[in-house]
Design a protein around this ligand. Structure first.
Ligand SMILES: NC(=O)c1ccc[n+]([C@@H]2O[C@H](COP(=O)([O-])OP(=O)(O)OC[C@H]3O[C@@H](n4cnc5c(N)ncnc54)[C@H](OP(=O)(O)O)[C@@H]3O)[C@@H](O)[C@H]2O)c1
Length: 333
């Protein structure tokens, strides 16, 4: 018998999450049954979507049930296996939950090759966020050489990969981020062609300077005023991949709709939302590309790894919605 420490959803949060929304406790964990593995989680991915998963209502996945272990991507090591596809010592990643140990039947769990990248990177640039960037930019927005690509939350897990892939395929990459430190970093470390600090107070003008020929692709991670401002500067037949709307995730009332929707009409824009799982059949193609670029040094990842174990989950998760993270936010267990 193993002692596990879990984060269970105690109630549905209203607005930003609070510690009392979760029940963090020790509990006994049974040994893996036939066809199962026990994974010792080492890193848990903190993702903006977690806030949405806590809400009641129709979405692309059912909400986390009250009393259930909080859904989350994690990476760890197989400690015990009764599954033919995994052996003790394998490093793996998947939806293993916010807990120290997971029992899994192996569905959705894949091997994490630590000879290519450190284990935590498999929940970041070589995990779900990297796949999201790849699919959103190339399959949804259909970015092509010569396009000006704008991405919001540009220093974050998804945004940093979007900008770098845009560069790799010959686009002009423009990132929108909060504050001079993040803006300088995405230019110097990730090679963005331009960065716009939305907190500097002149978003429309600064974006216009950064995109002198207008915007062909918007990779939208934020929504709200940022999206509205980008919408106003889109070129004819531009494409908008709606990846996320983080500025709204903690809202307790519906925010106002976009003011510049008219541009969708007059510029004949195509706007499409997507979820990374929509492209699961292309995962191998994406992983080959991402892994190859990473190996060749064309793709870099900034990770923001926090200590504190599962107890720190509510406080660290909250930082995503205030820009407290700088890079892919990961909790070390
Ligand atoms: N569709 C999918 O399948 C899919 C998959 C993964 C992620 N996503 C979405 O992609 C987006 C980015 O996710 P991520 O994991 O890469 O997170 P992240 O960018 O690493 O972290 C979130 C960042 O969002 C920015 N932000 C937060 N609140 C904001 C606000 N009110 N206004 C402006 N910016 C704000 C902050 O950056 P600044 O400091 O720069 O403001 C913060 O660092 C999210 O919307 C997420 O839901 C979608």
């Amino acid at each position: 018998m193993t002692t596990n420490k879990t984060v269970r959803l105690a109630q549905r949060p209203k607005g930003p999450v609070k510690p009392e929304d979760f029940d963090i406790r020790e509990e006994d964990l049974a040994d893996p049954g036939e066809g199962e593995i026990r994974v010792r989680n080492a890193f848990v991915s903190l993702d903006p979507a977690m806030r949405g998963w806590m809400n009641e209502g129709k979405s692309y996945v059912p909400p986390v049930g009250i009393g259930d272990v909080m859904r989350g991507f994690a990476a760890g090591q197989v400690e015990a296996s009764r599954h033919p596809g995994f052996k003790e010592g394998d490093t793996v990643t998947g939806l293993l939950g916010v807990q120290n140990y997971a029992i899994s039947d192996g569905k959705g769990v894949s091997l994490a090759d630590t000879s290519l990248a450190p284990l935590q990177t498999w929940v970041g640039g070589l995990g779900m966020p990297g796949l999201t960037a790849y699919f959103g930019l190339l399959k949804v927005a259909e970015a092509k050489e010569g396009d000006t690509v704008v991405v919001s939350a540009a220093s974050g897990a998804v945004g940093q990969v979007v900008g770098q892939i845009a560069n790799i395929i010959g686009c002009r990459s423009v990132g929108i981020a909060g504050g001079p430190e993040k803006c300088d970093f995405i230019k110097s470390e990730f090679g963005f062609d331009a960065a716009v600090d939305y907190k500097a107070g002149n978003l429309f003008g600064d974006l216009k300077t950064a995109c002198p020929d207008g915007i062909d692709v918007d990779f939208e991670n934020v929504g709200g005023d940022i999206f509205d401002t980008v919408l106003a500067q889109m070129n004819p037949f531009g494409r908008i991949a709606v990846c996320g709307l983080i500025s709204m995730y903690n809202a307790t009332e519906l925010p106002p709709g976009p003011k510049n929707l008219r541009n969708v009409l007059v510029m004949r824009l195509r706007m499409q939302g997507f979820i990374v799982f929509d492209f699961i059949k292309h995962n191998q193609e994406a992983m080959t590309a991402l892994g190859g670029w990473y190996k060749d040094g064309k793709l870099k990842f900034k990770e923001d790894i926090r200590d504190g174990g599962v107890e720190a989950f509510p406080a660290v998760l909250s930082e995503l919605y205030t820009g407290g993270n700088f890079g892919k936010l990961i909790l070390k267990l």
